[in-house]
Design a protein around this ligand. Sequence first.
Ligand code: HEM
Length: 337
Amino acid sequence: MSDVQLAGELLRSPEFNTGASGFFRELLPTRAAQVAIGQAARNFLRAGVPEYRDALAGALADLPAVSRWPATASELVYRGLANVLLHPGSSAGPRRLMDEALHGGVMFRPPHVWQRARAEVLRGKLIAAVTEEVASRREGPLERSRDVLDAVLGACPDALADRTVAEVFLVLFRSIVAPVSSTLAWSVLLTCLHHPSDSPWPWPATWIVREAMRHRPMVWMVGRTVVRPAEFGGLPFRPGDVLSVSPFLVHHDRHHWADPDVFRPERWAESGERGPYIPFGAGPYTCVGASVALSLMTETLTALTRDARLAVTGADARPAMVEGAVPRPFTVLRTLT
Ligand code: HEM
């Protein structure tokens, strides 16, 4: 079996894909609870796309002609999603702390110890504030779903502690905002480098986003934990061992992809077989938010380039590794046409 076949086998075989997934760590008691919460959050997000679009328009109106990325990508995505995550009638505390968390090292692990210590304090405060919000929502009358936190509350087991609900919410907050904004930043960076001319981009946003996720998948490793002694790829493994697949390597396999090292959005319009594509994982634990994530990213890229040209300076297409592959800082010049 080739490495790529082994990767597919690892992500799909019942041997490594039964029971709870690692996404919510040990927070939820059953696989059924994991699935219910993931789907509830995804459904709420999907219904919130029009609200995202409106809020994004406001954020873009405030965007200066020169901006620093990838921080700006996080800002745009977050401003689009803030009210969908926690509705505007929520207490001020968690909303303010969520704003601070965006750039305070909670979203991505910062490089320095002192930054990590500060981020840990901020994370603790955010969890405490969301825990209070959960407690007050649980005491009050049942409301229709107004935000992702309500969606989580509606889908989680009643016995789940308020603090655990808050931690589940934080997992979702990070897992939504971080990969969506990183992929947006990669899309802008790679397209500007590949198409430096002043003419409009010749590709639809969907091809660009798909190709950015192939060329620079934000999720660097997708892992499966061995639960009982097993043999895989001819090697023995013990319980607790973690086997990982690299979407990056799978997407750059020369036997399956033509010109894998070239960023080429037009490949998504070509007929014929493409290679294995796993930016959202694969098998029973595949990302439940894949299609809504694609909508958010293409919406944002389309809005960003509507009546505007983008150019980058200070760009370097090598990834920085911070719990995922994110672009190194670069500057975007956005000129309205
Ligand atoms: C570009 C954006 C995103 C990327 C690249 C991404 C990537 C991933 C990956 C690689 C996994 C693990 C899959 C596996 O183990 O095989 C995953 C799981 C998951 N993602 Fe996403 N994700 C994105 C956006 C979202 C969004 C918007 C949601 C919103 C609900 C979401 C919710 C989840 C959930 C709940 C799981 C756990 C699935 C399970 O264990 O059953 N993701 N995601």
